[in-house]
Design a protein around this ligand. Structure first.
Ligand code: KG4
Ligand code: ZN
Length: 340
């Protein structure tokens, strides 16, 4: 079965064709990120206009080598209303014109399915259940137990800022630009340990007896350190970037592994833009090895961690619930509960 996926929840415009949920036949992504760099964050109006400009060429490019598709899948939320509407209304129009089923997709669940996409011709493993997934994106940090496709249990999430949001806000404080995750990772890459005498940043809620997160205190702690020195000195910036990355990765790894142990899972999956973080990837791998856990770790390649439509199409294949196009609506505040 070939599904056309459409993703327009934020500043990426994506269209992809995936066969049987795993084989990527095309995956086109364009981003308006460059336009947001100057403002240090996304301007929804600008993102929506770019979605309108890009959606048709991106879809055309994605379908140019495919004769027939079987269904359309589209991200309906969560996301920015102006951006979502572009993908949703285009997807509905195409499904109507082509007389094909259309499947509405929750963006957070779509991120999870990047782990089912085949990325090389070498041995291809798919996650075995039960699995724990950490979904860490710009607006969400969620831990979910997956018993099987369609059977999810939400374990916890952030009480304030998401991990990606913390990266983005701290990067802005440090004058490192947008998006914050890659900017902090690049600054932190200048050192392999923290040479500066700054206080270690906190690891918020790392020992709490639940699966919740809280990252807003980190931002305050960074601000306090900057104010102490009263000036932006390059060594302090590097050091704070390094510590921010270490602190966020430590908390994410600790809570994910704890959930995996408690629920005795066979796989751990990472998903969402923050999963592209190299240090997080290294740390979780190392921790699984150190603890000698018999758990398979799945991490998509960085390009499939960030927003794309291939994972939307894969998600639709494994959670195939078509709706009539009249019932499909962009839902900016769609929550994780609507999939669990
Ligand atoms: O999943 P995503 O592409 O979009 C949303 O659905 O939000 O995630 C975007 C988030 C941003 O906060 C960005 O700073 C973060 O993912 N991110 C990273 C990296 N690449 C993107 N965070 C840390 N390290 C990275 N390499
Ligand atoms: Zn996303």
């Amino acid at each position: 079965m070939k599904i056309l996926g459409i993703e327009t929840s934020c500043d990426e415009t994506g269209a992809a064709i995936v066969e049987d949920g795993t084989k990527i036949l095309s995956n086109i992504v364009t981003s308006s990120q460059e336009l947001h760099i100057k403002s240090g964050g996304i301007i929804p109006e600008v993102a929506a206009r770019e979605q309108i400009r890009c959606i048709i060429p991106v879809i055309e490019e994605s379908i140019k080598n495919t004769k027939e598709i079987d269904a359309v899948a589209v991200t309906v939320g969560p996301g920015l209303i102006g951006s979502l509407l572009v993908g949703v209304e285009t997807g509905k129009t195409l499904a109507y014109l082509w007389n094909k089923p259309i499947i509405p997709i929750n963006h957070l669940l779509a991120h999870v399915y990047a782990n089912w996409l085949q990325t090389s011709n070498s041995q291809f493993l798919i996650p075995n259940f039960p699995a724990i997934v950490l979904i860490a994106s710009g607006g969400h940090t969620e831990l979910v137990l997956i018993e099987t496709h369609g059977k999810f249990k939400w374990l916890g999430g952030t009480r304030d800022d998401a991990a990606g949001e913390a990266f983005d806000k701290i990067a802005r404080l440090l004058g490192l630009g947008y998006p914050g995750g890659p900017a902090i990772a690049a600054a932190a890459a200048h050192i392999t340990h923290n040479p500066s005498p700054i206080t270690k940043l906190p690891r918020p809620m790392i020992d709490s007896d639940d699966f919740d997160f809280s990252f807003s205190g980190l931002k305050t702690a960074v601000l306090r350190e900057i104010k102490k020195l009263k000036a932006h000195n390059p060594e302090l910036i590097t050091s704070l970037a390094y510590e921010t990355q270490e602190a966020i990765a430590d908390v994410l790894v600790e809570k994910t592994i704890r959930a995996a142990k408690i629920y005795k899972v066979k796989s751990i999956l990472l998903a969402g833009g923050v999963a592209a973080n190299q240090r997080l990837r290294e740390k979780i791998k190392l921790q699984i090895e150190n603890l000698k856990l018999k758990i398979n770790l799945f991490i998509p390649p960085p390009s499939l961690c960030t927003d794309n439509a291939a994972c939307v199409a894969s998600c639709a294949y494994f959670n195939y619930k078509p709706l009539s196009w009249q019932k499909i609506k962009a839902t900016p505040s769609l929550s994780i509960e609507e999939i669990v």
